[in-house]
Ligand binder design. Structure first.
Ligand code: CIR
Length: 263
């Protein structure tokens, strides 16, 4: 394990007018783009309140899912890589993110995940130098292996978690979050997984799986509003919880972590 990263910056991209044309399986109806923008602004303010300088790309109407910037890059304290998203419709999102990150990660690699490998960084959860890598509908075995090798070369450890048979999980981080130290928050279906053995595992209370996608930012954990049992559980661990309404992003299968890249 390495020391916990203290984030100083984040990259975001607001939802565009075409946001509702993105991919979704949520079945919660169409998002209200105006409301999504307001929620996104509150998200940015929350990151700033955690001490981060937030850079924002312009919305890109050609890529309805491009507000979910987290999927396009993996940033570590020992280098960065750009991903090759599993959904073809999202591959074009990477270039703008690469340009924005170039100043901060001049050696960021673009060729690490190459065909036939795919990787969405929403499938990657770092826990202080250890990385959980989800194999999902978006991240295939080849992509996960390439990433594990890349991480090992940098002295990081990793474990793979196959979530393809787990209902309701688009990405690994839809159901697994690192809360600092050895503590993880996971959905029930991941509780007994060998990859989390030996970790201090908190189980998301039933009916609140969506809120397992919370995100630790320095001394606070950002959590979706409207999930009181998880909020109480997080507070009971001593964490400062910042609740944010992300209802419109949920309608598009997105959560709090996907809305930013943090470093
Ligand atoms: C997609 O299907 O790709 C987007 N509608 C949602 C992506 C959410 N990203 C994430 O969970 N890391």
């Amino acid at each position: 394990m390495s020391d916990p990263a203290k984030f100083t910056r984040a990259l975001v991209r607001p939802p565009g007018d075409t946001f509702a044309a993105g991919m979704t399986t949520a079945g919660l109806g169409a998002p209200d783009v105006g409301r999504a923008r307001v929620q996104h602004q509150a998200y940015v303010r929350a990151l700033e309140a955690c001490g981060l300088v937030v850079m924002s790309l312009l919305a890109d109407e050609a890529y309805p899912d491009s507000t979910f910037v987290e999927d396009t890059a993996l940033l570590t304290t020992r280098g960065a890589l750009l991903t090759r998203p599993g959904a073809e419709s999202r591959r074009g999102e990477v270039a703008a993110v690469a340009r924005a990150l170039a100043e901060f990660f001049p050696t960021a690699e673009t060729e690490t995940i190459r065909a036939p490998g795919t990787l969405d960084a929403g499938d990657v959860c770092e826990a202080d130098g250890h990385f959980f890598i989800g194999v999902s509908e978006r991240t295939n075995v080849q992509g996960a292996r390439r990433l594990a090798t890349w991480l090992a070369r940098r002295g990081f450890t990793s474990a793979t978690v196959d979530i393809r048979a787990l209902p309701g999980m688009l990405h690994l981080k839809s159901g697994l979050a690192h809360l600092g130290g050895r503590r993880l928050l996971v959905v029930e279906t991941l509780v007994g997984h060998p990859a989390v053995a030996g970790w201090d595992v908190l189980r998301a209370p039933s009916g609140e799986d969506y809120a397992a996608n919370c995100v630790l930012v320095n001394d606070a954990v950002l959590a979706p509003a409207g999930f009181p049992k998880i909020t109480a559980l997080l507070r009971a661990t001593g964490l400062r919880v910042v609740e944010l309404d992300v209802s419109e992003f949920r309608k598009m299968d997105g959560g709090l972590s996907c809305l930013s890249l943090r470093w």
